[in-house]
Design a protein around this ligand. Structure first.
Ligand SMILES: Cc1cc2nc3c(=O)[nH]c(=O)nc-3n(C[C@H](O)[C@H](O)[C@H](O)COP(=O)(O)OP(=O)(O)OC[C@H]3O[C@@H](n4cnc5c(N)ncnc54)[C@H](O)[C@@H]3O)c2cc1C
Length: 352
């Protein structure tokens, strides 16, 4: 299937939804919707932000759920933005005026493409806040949070071998618990990493949780996905780098972000596009423009250590830039801007 759009937005978080709305409609007081946009979302729109209590200061926050609900409602009722969920972009080719974005189920043509993927690699884990905990503290504190009972399996997702050190620290304090460490960024688990701790492969498919007692820390190089959540924990699909995937039941999943480097693989699908990336983040100019004409980027994939305000702000600015270009091409003049600016737009502003 091939569909054509003025703007294809990759990523349906706060930056992507804001970018799509502004690209098709311009500033919020302009009623006309002159252009067509497509939002491609790997999981579900707002998958990450909707679970957050979003703090802007120490004392002031708002909830992600109503923010995403309102943005999504406006996008869906706009009549000119298509949203496709569960449809990740897997490749981008072309340049301004003739992009093709490929997903597992289709190819879409667009004049421009906005990359709004965020940097967060584990959005599929975020909905399971009851059974997933992000590790911020040393083992002494984290050990107190483990709700396990003897024989339970606790999974730990980490970037590298540091996670094994962390697991070993937890095991000393909570010897009744078994651990399964899944290490994403190593190709092979170092067998002799921690003397005194047995490192073994993940338990076989269907193995009972209690049968995982020996060794007490099993480690596997690979990745995992949550298959289902139930009252007593999660079912994970463990996909080793070598060997076949297995399903594991675990009571609790810890995500050890301290073991990751400040690098993201979310944009790996852009590698053939000619775009400049730095540690996986998109390098842009002030208007969100990248090294490929017509390919722009906004949100946390451009500004790694930032929050939702930056995502919304950059999504708005990049969307407005796209809208201005499209409007000029279609109508041969600048789009209307805020009404108190004199005729002629921004360039006539006394401070411009
Ligand atoms: C629990 C929690 C607490 C938080 N607390 C705060 C806080 O206190 N203050 C604050 O400012 N911020 C906070 N945040 C962060 C805030 O939610 C993010 O800054 C914001 O969501 C970033 O928006 P974004 O659009 O740039 O990226 P994201 O929200 O990450 O959205 C990107 C979207 O792109 C999708 N995607 C990725 N790759 C592809 C692909 N190849 N194809 C299609 N889609 C793709 C993802 O699935 C995702 O939905 C918190 C987040 C969480 C989860």
């Amino acid at each position: 299937m091939t569909d054509r759009y003025d703007v294809i937005v990759i990523g349906g978080g706060p930056s992507g939804l804001m970018c799509a709305l502004t690209a098709v409609g311009g500033i919020p007081i302009n009623p006309p919707r002159n252009f067509r946009s497509l939002v491609l979302e790997r999981y579900r729109v707002g998958q990450f932000a909707r679970y957050g209590k979003l703090r802007l200061t120490h004392g002031w926050h708002f909830m992600g759920a109503p923010l995403i609900r309102d943005l999504e409602a406006e996008v869906r009722s706009s009549g000119c933005i298509d949203v496709r969920e569960q449809e990740p972009a897997v490749a981008v080719r072309g340049c301004r005026g003739s992009f093709e974005v490929e997903t597992p189920s289709g190819r879409y043509q667009g004049d421009s493409v906005a990359v709004c993927t965020g940097f967060f690699p584990h959005a599929d884990l975020v909905p399971h806040t009851r059974n997933v905990r992000v590790v911020f503290s040393p083992p002494e504190i984290e050990a107190r949070h483990l709700p396990a009972i003897p024989g339970d399996l606790v999974a730990i997702l980490g970037g590298g071998a540091e996670t094994l050190e962390f697991a070993a620290g937890l095991l000393k304090l909570r010897p009744e618990v078994s651990f399964l460490a899944v290490l994403e960024h190593v190709t092979e688990v170092p067998a002799d990493a921690f003397p005194g701790v047995s490192i073994g492969p993940a338990p076989a498919q269907g193995a009972a949780v209690s049968a995982a007692r020996t060794p007490a820390i099993r480690a596997v190089a690979g990745r995992l996905a949550v298959k289902e959540e139930h009252t007593v924990g999660l079912t994970l699909e463990v996909v080793p780098r070598t060997g076949s995937p297995s399903l594991q039941s675990c009571r609790f999943l810890l995500v050890d972000y301290n073991s990751y480097t400040l690098e993201t693989h979310v944009t790996d699908f852009l590698r053939g596009s000619g775009i400049e990336l730095r540690n996986g983040y998109v390098v842009t100019g002030r208007g969100g423009e990248t090294s490929v004409p017509g390919l722009v980027a906004a949100g946390n994939i451009v500004t790694p250590v930032s929050g939702v305000l930056t995502a919304l702000d950059t999504g708005f600015r990049v969307g407005l830039e796209l809208h201005t270009q499209l409007y000029r091409e279609k109508f041969g003049r600048d789009p209307p801007v805020f009404p108190w600016l004199p005729r002629g737009g921004m360039r006539q502003h006394p401070l411009a």
